[in-house]
Design a protein around this ligand. Structure first.
Ligand code: 6PG
Length: 229
């Protein structure tokens, strides 16, 4: 599946969605993949289950799709979420490529773009917001038009209202594969706009599909409620 194609995997509940996501993360880690993690609160359980399934991530690389501009120990940090629920639980952690949220946003973006270089990311895990945002690309933001850079600084469109650093649309779409994890009734309208409706800058997640590989959306029934099958 390539281009605009997306496969929907609709499972019973949040736990089953976390399980399906964890399987994919653990398989990628075992295969030594470059894996970009997502933030927000949804992935926590998937990270815990992925760590339990596979404790040796030593051949893999861990990247992030976006970060909030806060220090790594701040409870809003996407890195902190992954550290607590995944990285600290592994016997053999991956090579960690953290976005340094403690820096000034444009400096952190420049540094991360340098670190990313021309790395081929194998798997990007993404969430979506109730407004349809993805990573830290918010509805109608100018950052959605960025074509030259892989990483930019961004303004928040939703809580937490701290500046962000985010991969751009071309960077997200250049991953070999993309997995969206979306759960909960508050995401139902956004999920339809992201995965079924025509792509639009009003729904940034609708613009993200792997250009040359599979895109999978894992949803629980509540998040899939507005999607007619
Ligand atoms: C971030 C994210 C963001 C997130 C969605 C969903 O830093 O905020 O990476 O894109 O995935 O906002 O977040 P929740 O899981 O908290 O709903």
């Amino acid at each position: 599946m390539t281009g605009r194609d997306i496969e929907l995997l609709i499972v019973e509940d949040e736990e089953a969605a976390a399980q399906a996501t964890a399987e994919r993360l653990a398989d990628a880690a075992r295969a030594g993949a470059e894996i970009a993690l997502t933030g927000g609160s949804t992935p926590r359980r998937a990270y815990e289950l992925a760590a339990a399934r596979e404790a040796d991530w030593s051949r893999a690389g861990a990247w992030w799709g976006d970060e909030r501009c806060v220090p790594p120990e701040d409870e809003r940090s996407n890195y902190r979420l992954a550290r607590e629920s995944l990285l600290d639980r592994l016997a053999h952690p991956p090579t960690i490529h953290r976005i340094r949220g403690e820096l000034e946003p444009t400096e952190a973006a420049d540094e991360y773009e340098g670190e990313l270089g021309d790395t081929q990311v194998d798997l990007i895990l993404l969430g979506i917001g109730p407004d349809g945002h993805v990573a830290s690309l918010f509805p109608e933001a100018l950052t959605l038009r960025e074509r030259g850079r892989r990483v930019v600084a961004a303004e928040p469109g939703l809580e937490p209202f701290v500046e962000r650093v985010t991969l751009t649309i071309p960077a997200l779409c250049s991953a070999r594969s993309i997995v969206f994890l979306v759960t909960g009734a508050d995401k139902a309208e956004a999920a339809r706009a992201a995965f079924v409706d025509e792509p639009s800058e009003r729904t940034p997640s609708s613009l993200v599909r792997a250009a040359d590989g599979p895109t999978l959306a894992i949803l629980d029934r509540a998040a899939a409620a507005s999607i007619k099958k």
